[in-house]
Design a protein around this ligand. Sequence first.
Ligand code: SAT
Ligand code: MN
Length: 595
Amino acid sequence: MKSGSRNEKLNTWVKEVADLCRPDSITWCDGSKAEYGRMMALMLERGMAVPLKKRPNSFLFRTDPSDVARVEDRTYISTRSQEEAGPTNNWVHPDELKKTMRGLYQGCMKGRTMYVIPFSMGPIGSPIAKIGVELTDSPYVVCNMHIMTRVSAKVLDVLGEKGEFIPCLHSIGAPLAPGQKDALWPCAPIEKKYISHFPEENLIWSYGSGYGGNALLGKKCLALRIASNMARHEGWMAEHMLILRLTSPEGKRYHIAAAFPSACGKTNLAMMQPSIKGWKCECIGDDIAWMKVRGDNRLHAINPEAGFFGVAPGTSYGTNPMAMDTLKKDVIFTNCALTDDGDVWWEGMTDDSPAHAIDWKGRDWTPASKDDAAHANARFTAPASQCPIICPDWENPEGVAIDIFIFGGRRSSVVPLVTEAYSWDHGVFMGATAASETTSANIGAVGNLRRDPFAMKPFCGYHMGDYFTHWFTMGDTLGAKAPKIFYVNWFRKSPEGRFLWPGFSDNSRMLKWMCQRVDGKIGAKETPIGLMPKEGDLDLSGLDISSGNMKALMNVDLKEWKAEVPDIEKHFALFGSRLPERLKKQLEEFRKRLG
Ligand code: SAT
Ligand code: MN
C-alpha cells in the first residue's frame, strides 16, 4: 500500500512516533491477503512461525516463556487525577508515565519495520464503529489484527481528512543492533512492560509485550478500556460480554449477552450446541459487546471484533465442536503443542494424548512429562466468519436487541447454578459483587477468589464506582424495556472436587428457563439471593444427573451467604463516596433477606 494518508493528524503522529522509535522503515498496511502472506513468509523465514501440515494456511507461534498472558500489574489508567482512575486500576500521572515510556520508546524500533495498521472496530463505516490506528514493530501483531479487527485501506477513506481515530502505539521493546541475531519471540522483561491508557485523550501506549490483549490494542485496550470511558460520556455501554442468539422450537429469537471473566467459558457458551430438542444457538461475538439504546428504546448490541482469540486448552469436539470447526484453516495458534504429523494439540483436545509432541516451549514432550504440552493460556486466533454457526446478523450495524444479561464466574462452592435478579437494581448488585476464581489469562496466581465486577475489573477505563452509576442510569433509560438479569455458576464442585454440572451444551437448559421467564411463561421461587427455578421447572430431559447433584447445585446455604457479606462490604468500601446509594440499598435488602 502507498504511504501516508489524507489525514494530517495521522500523518503527523506517524512521523512523531517514527522520530521517537527510529524504525529502519515504515510500512502502511492494507489488510489484504497478500500482505498477510508476506508477513507470514517473513516470520517463517525468521523461524518464528511453524506451518501446520494438517491445517491449510495455519501457523503455530511459541512466545517467550515470560510473555504468555495479559499483565494486569503493568496495566495503567493514566488520568490527571488518581481519583478518576479509581481503586481498581493502577495509576501513574500522565506526565510521569509518558516521560518513563518516552524513554523506553526512544530508538526501540531500531533494526525493525514499523507497521501502520488502520483498523475499524465494528463494520467499516457503521455509525457505531470506531476507527483506530495501531503502530507496531511486530509482524505477529499485524497478522493477528488482520483477523481480530477490520484492517483495510477503506478505513483511511472513511477517516478522510478530518476524521477522528484512536492512536494505539505498540512496541515489543526489543531494538536490534546492526548484525544482532533476533530472538524467536522478542519482548522486554516484565519490569519494562507497560500497557497504558490515557482516557482523557483517547490514547493507548503499550510497550514490551507481544501477547494478546497486551499487543492487539483494538481488543481490551480500545474496545473495553478506552471505549468504556467514551461510552459513559456518550450514554452507551462497552462490556466484556459474549453475544448469542437463541431460537426456540417455535422460532422465537432471544438475544443474550453474558459477562464472565477471561478464561471462564465465554467462547464455549457463545458457540454452544443446545442439548435440548429444537433449540438453536448462533454466535454473534465471544468477548466484547458494544450496546446502544435505539429508536425502539431497546438495548442493541454489536460485536466490535472480527475474530476469536480463544483459549485452546479444554476446547474439543465434546466441549465446543463449533470452535473446533472454526479452526480448520486460516488460524494462528499461540503456545499450543506441535504433534509429529504437523498439527497442533492441547490438553483436553482429544481423549488420548499424542505419544510424542513438541511442547509450547519447544521441548520434547510425552504423556509422562511433568509439564503440560500446551500453555494453560494457549490461544487460537480465527476469523469469526469461519464459525459454522455465526449469526447472519453478526455484522448488522443495527446490532441485535438484547433480552437477557447473564453474569457469572468460577465458583467451586456457595453459588447455585442459576438465579434471577428481582429487579434491574438487584441485577446491578449481582454484577457489582460478581466473584470468580482467577485463571491463567493474567500473569499471577491461579485459583484465588476475587471480586470481578461485571467481569470488568481488568477492563474498566475509569472509576468503577462511576461505572456502577452508569449501569443504574442505563437501567433508568431502558425502563420496562431493560433486559432481564441472571447470575449463573457452571463450576460448582462436590466436596471431592468433581464438577457437579456437565456444562457446555447442557447450559442451554438454564438459557431455556431464562427465555421462559422473559416470556412470563413460568414461575420462580423467591430465595434470599434471588429468584430460582421451581422444582421440576428446569428442563432436564435426557440428562443423566442424580437428584443429589441437582440438589447440591441449587443449594443456597444461608450460613455460607452470610459469610460473603463482610467481603462484599469490604469490596464496596473500596469505592468510597462514589459507591452509588442504590448499591448500598441493595446490600441492605440482601442482608435483610438473609435474616
Ligand atoms: O489476552 S486477552 O486479553 O485478549 C484474552 C483475555 O484475557 O480475555
Ligand atoms: Mn476476554
